[in-house]
Design a protein around this ligand. Sequence first.
Ligand code: PMP
Length: 335
Amino acid sequence: MRAAADILSLIGDTPLIRLRAASEATGCDIYGKAEFLNAGQSIKDRTALGLIRAARASGALKPGGTIVEGTAGNTGVGLAIVGAALGHPVVIVMPRSQTEEKKQAVRMHGARLVEVDPAAFSNPNHFVHFSRRLAEQLNESEPNGAFYTDQFDNPANRNTHYATTGREIWEQTEGRIDGFVCAVGTGGTLAGVSAYLRERNPNVAIGLADPPGAALHAWFTRGVLEGEGSSVTEGIGVNRITGNLEGLSVDHAWRIEDSEALAVLFDLVKDEGLALGPSSGVNIAGAIQMGRELGPGKTIVTILCDPGQRYAGKIYNPAFLRARGFKVPAWLDTR
Ligand code: PMP
């Protein structure tokens, strides 16, 4: 039989895809790691599996114990899948502002979804603080206790990207990689992948692509945590040094405007048959910036985080784009 043992063995080992337009624009070979092909359709499936495997191994999560997390959505889908496969109830806290498609995906994978109003991190009702308190309460009331996975500050997140995403990129490029770039939500991907690649070759350039409103671009270029503006992207853009980002340095940092990320995404749909979520647009725009700085002939890798379908009602919705003053691509314009 050629069959996967279970759904969990379909997380990771994703292919690299050559991105034609990005490569042609820079004279480099730019590749995207196709994380939308994971079992739960995002990069966060790896995080979910890594967090839960570590928590079960340490005993912090007991058999049948409830998993609790606060998330923009994709980690919630991953945890719902991993929880179901391993026999854990899952409770997911999401800001109401995230797409309906991600909320649906969390619910239809069997997790309980709790929506909270979007709030600043300093507000006690920010989804991270809310979910941490909910986990403490459930730990008292549930027969097998509850575990707060804490994706932002739990180093098991970056460790899993070190051991899987980073290693896979190194092996798939046969060590011929000159640069890696991606955006940051928790920082698990950027910190874990860069640690692995630099360990193998200290000359691999590491780049951050930051959306408007996020504070890391200012942090890495000027040493201050400041963010200006706002962004239609989801799942990326932080205003603090998370536990997973601690100790990370980058060689390059770029602020990527929404209009630039969306233009990259919409061209990919029409010209290359790839429909991706907004953070992938930020990542590819960042990879193009890196290609321009490193010069022709380099090999650069970034992450294709999740599918466009998860944002059908937002960035793939002409009315949403028009209301925010973005250009609607002709192929999407149904008027
Ligand atoms: N893109 C999307 C769509 C995401 O959901 C996330 C995670 N929130 C990221 C990128 C960022 O990944 P990380 O948390 O590893 O920084």
